[in-house]
Structure formats: C-alpha cells, structure tokens
Design a protein around this ligand. Structure first.
Ligand SMILES: Cc1cc2nc3c(=O)[nH]c(=O)nc-3n(C[C@H](O)[C@H](O)[C@H](O)COP(=O)(O)OP(=O)(O)OC[C@H]3O[C@@H](n4cnc5c(N)ncnc54)[C@H](O)[C@@H]3O)c2cc1C
Length: 301
C-alpha cells in the first residue's frame, strides 16, 4: 500500500479527532482500528460531559466523529496492528490483514490492553469468552453467563447483560459487588477465576473461593480483569515507554521518534476523558501537519 500522509492507529476519540484535523487540512489520512468495540469510548452508555453535546452514547459520538472525518476524505480500515517499523522516514504499521505506511504516524490506541491470564481463555475467545457485552451480549439472550471483574467496566457491562440473559453470575474478588445490578444476579464474591472449560464452546468456569475450587456452569463468560493498561505492546520497544508501558510525548504530542505522535489514553493521563483525548488528537494532528510541512520545505531547499 502506498504511504499516506498521516497514518493513525486507533479510531477512538483521540484518533478520530486527529483524523478530522488531518483530513480537513487536505492530507491523505488513514485510520486503522481493530474494531471500535474494543476501545474505552464505546463503553460509555451515557455521555453527558462532552461539551456541546447534552447527552449521547460513546458509540454514537464515535460514529459522528468518523462520519465527520470521512466527510473531509479520511479513510478507515479495520485491522489490528501487531508491529511497527519506525526506523525509516516512512513509518510502517503491520496489521493482521495488511501493512500500512504513512509519512507521519499518530498512535491513539487507548488503554484497554488485555492479556490472557487463565487457562482456556485464549482458546475459547469468540466461543463464549468475550470482553464486550455491548458487542456480544445479544448472542447470549436467554442463556446463563458470568461477568468477571471488580471495577466500573464490569459493572456497566453486567447491567447491560442483565437485561438480556436468563441468569447472570457476577464473580468478583472483592467482598461486595461494585454497585447495584437490576434483575436476577447471583453475586459470587471473594472469588478468583482459575479456568474456563469447554469443548469447542464455553461450558463453565472454575473459581477459587475460600480455599476451595468450585465450578459454575455458564455458556458465556465476560472478562473485565485486565483493562486500564496502555495498548503499546505492539510497538515492541520501537518507542520508549515508562514502566507501566505508557507512551511519553512532549508538549506538542511528539514521541522520541521524529514523525511519530501519540494522543489519548495511551499516554496514561491522570484525567481519562473523551474531551481530553479529542483535544490531544487535535494537537497531535496539528503537530503532524507542521512536521510534514517542514519535511516538504527541507526537500524543496
Ligand atoms: C466504563 C467507562 C466509562 C467512561 N465514561 C466516560 C464519560 O462519561 N465521559 C468521558 O469523557 N470519558 C469517559 N470514559 C473515558 C473515555 O472513554 C476515554 O478517556 C476515551 O475513550 C479515550 O479515548 P482514546 O481514543 O484515547 O482511547 P479509546 O477510546 O480506548 O480508543 C482506542 C482505539 O484504539 C483501537 N486500538 C487499540 N489497539 C489497537 C491496535 N493494536 N490496532 C488497531 N487499533 C487499535 C481500539 O479499537 C479503539 O477503538 C469512560 C471510560 C470507561 C472505560
């Protein structure tokens, strides 16, 4: 694929805002996103604090941002980036389906990194193991499922699932549920997930509670244990990160590699908000535009 002017990895609020600015400046802009269902923004059921929008959902706001970016000519591709090459002037990102290159690169992959941790999880992804109730909940209508986690994300997802499924187990290592969940929910507190079992599809989970192992039969398991880590493992050391894996940028969203910028939750800001991510996406795009203009000028001189 020929190099575009601005290649953006991640199409959440940060990446989409960057795309709006880059494309509107007349630059050929491509956003590669692994599927919007996997970002933080789509988890926001009710977004009431984005200035200028009284009430919306994260998903709806993202759709509008994408439409806006496309209206200026930005293109979107669905693929998961698994590696990069930042050594040349043209930056390359390797996806599962294709490779993508750009004269400038903006990384906006958020902080929803997940790592497989229990036996059976990896093998049964898409066969009953899910990380997104909004995306997959409908497949479990009338069935028995477990939500595993202790935070806000798990709670929000359980609330969504409770409206669909016949029976919901909420498995948490804490002593209490993180909040109220309407409907029939079986609270399994003080328990840790040990294993997911099933032949070709999830048949149940094994948990440890009070020193003993127990099995719970479920057809689906929604896991919210590993969120909140910046999505930077695909960089494989090509850019410096801090101990937590967070990317670092200067005041103009520039990373240590010229032509590579970053924005949004992948920077682990203290305030993780859509408005902050969108603003950083704008700043990253403006910096990329300046960088490309400088490149052009030096090529002409
Ligand atoms: C449950 C919950 C509720 C929240 N509520 C609010 C709220 O009410 N108001 C508010 O302002 N903020 C809220 N937030 C925070 C807000 O969602 C984030 O701050 C914001 O979405 C960050 O935007 P981002 O673009 O940096 O990351 P994300 O929204 O996470 O987007 C990152 C994108 O990168 C893509 N991506 C990741 N890795 C790859 C890869 N390897 N290849 C290709 N694409 C990739 C993902 O698919 C995703 O689309 C909430 C967050 C959560 C989890």
């Amino acid at each position: 694929m020929e190099a575009v002017d601005v290649l953006i990895v991640g199409g959440g609020p940060a990446g989409a805002s960057a795309a709006i600015y880059a494309a509107r400046a007349g630059l050929e802009t491509l956003v590669v996103d692994r599927g919007l269902g996997t970002g933080a923004a789509r988890l926001i059921r009710e977004l009431e604090n984005y200035p200028g929008v009284v009430s919306t959902s994260g998903e709806e706001l993202l759709e509008t941002m994408h439409r806006q970016a496309k209206s200026f000519g930005a293109r979107f591709a669905q693929d998961r980036i698994t590696g990069v090459d930042l050594d040349q002037e043209i930056k390359t990102a390797y996806g599962n389906l294709d490779l993508y290159s750009g004269r400038a690169l903006i990384i906006a992959t958020g902080s929803m990194e997940r790592a497989s941790s229990v036996p059976g999880e990896e093998e049964l992804i898409g066969r009953g193991v899910s990380y997104c109730a909004t995306c997959d909940g409908a497949f479990f209508r009338g069935k028995t499922v477990a939500v595993v986690g202790s935070g806000t994300e798990a709670l929000e997802e359980a609330r969504h699932l409770a409206r669909l499924v016949a029976k919901l187990y909420f498995i948490t290592s804490k002593k209490e549920l993180p909040g109220e969940i309407p409907g029939e929910v079986v609270a399994v507190t003080g328990a840790t997930l040990q294993r997911i079992y099933g032949e070709g599809a999830v048949q149940g989970v094994e948990i440890r509670r009070g020193g003993s192992l127990e099995r719970i039969e479920v057809q689906g398991v929604f896991i919210y244990l590993y969120g909140n880590r910046p999505v930077t493992s695909f960089l494989r050391g090509a850019l410096p990160t801090d101990q937590r894996g967070c990317l670092q940028v200067d005041s103009e969203m520039r990373t240590a590699v010229p032509g590579v910028f970053a924005a949004g939750d992948v920077l682990c800001p203290e305030t993780k908000q859509v408005v902050v991510a969108a603003a950083e996406g704008c700043r990253a795009a403006l910096s990329a535009i300046r960088y490309l203009n400088d490149l052009k000028k030096s090529a002409g001189s």
